[in-house]
Design a protein around this ligand. Structure first.
Ligand SMILES: [Zn+2]
Length: 161
């Protein structure tokens, strides 16, 4: 988000020439630069152990299936967030998370870090945030998600989909 006031001391910020960056917000009380704030989240292309099936979920009453995603907690690594989100939302164990790529999602000012992981189990035990889940053949996943949506963009990070 665009900062108007210093998040440390509350002083009004002003743009100043920066030695190595474009003009940057400066707090005159802290005598320090203040950079834009944004969130980080992970998304997960979750495969079964055979690698032939991918898990898609439905959430928040939306009709189109999506990938599991969630915000990274403060102080947490992205890899740990993958394991935690799969545990929390699906009750499953995510093995060997591997980073695929990143996307900046402007509507929520979020840097989305996209991972591939393998589920240790076949059966999900989803929490209340998940309306439904299903294993789909990897080769069909792209045809099932919303055209032009975030899931389609995320699937394009992986050449197996
Ligand atoms: Zn300040």
């Amino acid at each position: 988000m665009q900062l108007n006031y210093c998040p440390v001391c509350g002083e009004k910020l002003s743009l100043r020439p920066h030695p190595t960056e474009p003009p940057t917000l400066w707090c005159s009380r802290c005598s320090d630069w203040r950079f834009p704030l944004f969130s980080a989240a992970v998304s997960v292309i979750l495969l079964d152990k055979s690698g032939d099936r991918m898990l898609l979920i439905r959430q928040y009453g939306e009709p189109d299936p999506v990938l599991v995603a969630g915000y990274v907690d403060k102080g947490e690594t992205a890899e740990a967030a993958v394991v935690r989100e799969i545990r929390e939302e699906l009750g499953m164990t995510a093995l060997s998370p591997r980073f695929l790529g990143s996307h900046y999602y402007a509507p929520s000012e979020t840097l989305m870090l996209n991972f591939l992981a393998v589920a240790a189990e076949d059966e999900a035990r989803p929490n209340a945030e998940v309306d439904g889940w299903e294993w789909v053949p990897v080769k069909e996943a792209r045809s099932l998600v919303k055209p032009g949506g975030l899931a389609e963009l995320l699937l394009a990070d992986w050449d197996g989909a």
